[in-house]
Design a protein around this ligand. Structure first.
Ligand SMILES: [Zn+2]
Ligand SMILES: [Zn+2]
Length: 197
């Protein structure tokens, strides 16, 4: 059992480092948003507005998974995420089917509270948030145009790479502000780092 799960983790780690998995993960998150959108039939009248709170819920979900899952030493993603911190230009992503598994689990949990149709639209918004996160995170590292256009996000995330205990929000910055984990050029802890760079 122990060796089997170790083998599975090794397999997932190997998959996480493949470029095809990175692109497939991006495509899968877009299709997940689309599938949830039409899962219970095409939304009628203003029902589609459930997508909006779902999209907004992505920010707290992203912050929580980044802070308490990717940065937790006990998490199976800790090593892979550490690799992204050291080599931010490498194409790394969780295995492409993870978002669908999380989507199904969230559906099963939340359907006890929210009726199916609004819930699938809400989850469509969350999946859209994940797609947006995938795009913005990738381009913040690779595109100077995006770095200029979204300079507040670029500076925020660039500081996270240097000071991993701060700035856990990637597509947003407000949660770090509210939860006391924000660092800026003015408040960063180690000024000597910038002098050497
Ligand atoms: Zn990054
Ligand atoms: Zn991180």
């Amino acid at each position: 059992m122990g060796s089997k799960s170790a083998y599975l983790v090794a397999l997932m780690e190997r998959m996480a480092g493949q470029a095809w998995n990175f692109y497939l993960n991006l495509v899968a998150s877009f299709f997940l948003a689309l599938i949830f959108f039409i899962l219970q039939g095409f939304p009628e009248s203003l029902e589609w507005l459930w997508v909006v709170p779902g999209f907004l819920a992505w920010g707290p979900f992203e912050y929580a998974t980044h802070r308490w899952f990717f940065h937790s030493p006990r998490s199976p993603s800790h090593k892979g995420h550490g690799l992204h911190h050291r080599r931010p230009l490498d194409l790394l992503a969780v295995p492409f089917f993870f978002s669908s598994v999380v989507g199904v689990v969230l559906y099963q949990l939340l359907v006890l509270l929210i009726p199916g149709r609004p819930l699938s639209l809400f989850l469509s918004g969350m999946a859209l948030g994940y797609f947006y996160y995938g795009l913005i995170h990738h381009t913040l590292h690779h595109s100077t145009l995006v770095q200029r256009l979204f300079s507040h996000l670029y500076n925020h995330h660039e500081l996270h790479h240097r000071f991993p205990r701060f700035n856990f929000g990637v597509s947003t910055t407000y949660l770090d502000r509210f939860l006391g984990t924000q660092v800026t050029e003015e408040t960063r802890p180690d000024l000597s780092v910038s002098v050497k760079r």
